[in-house]
Design a protein around this ligand. Structure first.
Ligand code: NAD
Length: 469
């Protein structure tokens, strides 16, 4: 019987990688196609497993936000892979003439992937697509909070790949910590910023190149001239997808002081349209577990106790009980900056709405906080938009909509600073899991011999050219 420890799987994957060499374009395209077929065939099973793991998860949200992005990533990679893999010829420069240079994309070997619970299929499979496109072997450690999804993924991948190609390792934080200490050729971690810190410390010992896809508080900035109704509708639909349990969900809103009431009205109207009821509504997703439900309820209570205006949007007046874990969309108007709802990533359907006195003050507010994963801007004036883009940092930006930049395979996706390091999706993913190896090919006529000792007049003449200003 084979040793099934993660360390031993890694060893076998590494040996298989060295034995078989990198897969060529045809093999990679075929592998990706097989994966896409399996994901499509397992879509309903995955939707069922995710729904059971969450208590309730909208089937449409699963198809839109878990299955579609993976299939889109495969389509994109299969189409562009030949171009990404092609060695790039470069001129090494006059000093090295007449040698030739090229940059070769080489798979790194074995890639480790650690994924979270909030989109448990997509965040395990999208890094897998990128790593396979780049020609690697892959080990995945999914979240322990979505065990049925992890089991379904294990069955699906087990039917497609041998364990020395793709393997799934199950377990909680201890297994995750041990997993990150393995000497992978690259590790991609998706999860919270506090755990990301531990992961980077764990990968430091082996100097494992690490991509961190983390979280944070993603602001929405509404410019003075913006259409408030349009902004509120877009923010509501982005916020309430997966009941706010999205890494790039709008976390809080900054809008011109005095517009809070009007924004709240538009937001409530949108909620009435999107979710006329909550409790038995198949479109409205539950909070993942009691711990996170209690955490969110506490955030709301804390805000209420300090006198912030709390608006609970429960269109059918159902007052969903805690055991349903369906938390009604809740606005918190002008909460104090020290409240947990303004300090911690919310990760639920709770939205603080904060008034600003000037557009510059809104930018200062963003800059006074850790750099977020996403930033949303609503407005039609180019001047304000340019100011926002040049004076604030965030992993990515969508203008006049929420969430959309995540879906564009041609845009790299990742954070900056505390919201992450590195990026993937599309070509960025291929590059994250490849080594861009520079190769210099010396010609028969080798000018370097003119610079070998004993140094004399020729080398001095050449040095004069090399050291020119
Ligand atoms: P988490 O950090 O608690 O867990 C993520 C994964 O890490 C899980 O598989 C877990 O078992 C594992 N883990 C836990 N402790 C570990 C340790 N010490 N060492 C190694 N691995 C460990 O995150 P979560 O609660 O599952 O997910 C929510 C967070 O993820 C939010 O902060 C959200 O913003 C973020 N997120 C980011 C993205 C992104 O693409 N940037 C996407 C989704 C979620």
């Amino acid at each position: 019987m084979n040793d099934q420890s993660p360390a031993s799987i890694l060893e076998r994957q590494r040996l298989a990688f060295l034995r078989d060499g990198p897969p060529d374009l045809t093999q990679r395209r075929a592998t990706l196609k097989r994966l896409a077929h399996a994901v499509k065939a397992s879509a309903d099973e995955l939707a069922g497993a995710i729904c059971a793991d969450f208590g309730h998860r909208s089937r449409h949200e699963t198809l839109m936000a878990e299955i579609f992005p993976v299939l889109a990533a495969v389509r994109h990679a299969r189409f562009h892979l030949w171009r990404w893999m092609r060695p790039r010829l470069v001129w090494p420069g006059l000093e090295l003439a007449p040698s030739r240079g090229r940059i070769v994309q080489q798979p790194l070997g074995v890639v480790g992937v650690v994924s979270p619970w909030n989109y448990p299929a997509q965040l395990a499979l999208a890094p897998l697509v990128a790593a396979l496109a780049a020609g690697n072997r892959v080990m995945i450690k999914p979240s322990e909070l979505t065990p049925r999804t992890a089991e379904t993924l294990a069955d699906m991948l087990g039917g497609l790949f041998s364990a020395d190609e793709v393997a799934l390792v199950q377990g909680g934080p201890e297994v995750g910590a041990a997993f990150c200490r393995l000497p992978f050729d690259h590790l991609l971690f998706t999860g919270s910023t506090p755990v990301g810190r531990k992961v980077l410390a764990a990968t430091a010992d082996n100097l494992t190149p690490t991509t961190l896809e983390l979280g944070g508080k993603s602001p929405c900035v509404i410019a003075p001239e913006a259409d408030l109704a349009e902004a509120a509708a877009s923010i509501a639909s982005g916020k309430l997808m997966n009941a706010g349990q999205t890494c790039i969900a709008p976390d809080y809103v900054l809008l011109p002081a005095g517009a809070q009431h009007s924004f709240a009205q538009h937001f409530a109207e949108t909620v009435n349209k999107l979710f006329p009821s909550l409790l038995a509504n198949p479109d409205y997703t539950s909070i993942i577990n009691d711990h996170h439900y209690a955490r969110l309820a506490q955030m709301i209570d804390e805000a209420r106790q300090t006198g912030a205006k709390v608006i609970v949007l429960d269109p059918a007046q159902e007052n969903p009980p805690p055991q349903s874990r369906k938390l009604a969309p809740t606005l918190i108007v002008d909460p104090g900056e020290n409240l947990s709802v303004m300090r911690e990533e919310i990760f639920g359907p709770v939205l603080p709405v904060v008034g600003y006195e000037s557009f510059e003050a809104a930018l200062d507010f963003v800059n006074a906080r850790p750099r977020p994963l996403a930033l949303y801007y609503f407005g039609r004036e180019d001047q304000n938009l340019q100011k926002l883009l040049t004076r604030t940092h965030s992993g990515g930006v969508t203008v006049n909509e929420t969430l959309s930049h995540f879906i564009a395979e041609n845009l790299p996706f990742g954070g900056v600073g505390p919201s992450g390091m590195g990026a993937y999706h599309g070509e960025a993913g291929f590059r994250a899991f490849s080594h861009a190896k520079p190769v210099l090919l010396q010609s028969r006529f080798n000018s370097r011999i003119l610079l070998r000792p004993p140094y004399g007049k020729v080398s001095e003449a050449i040095l004069r050219v090399l050291l020119r200003g």
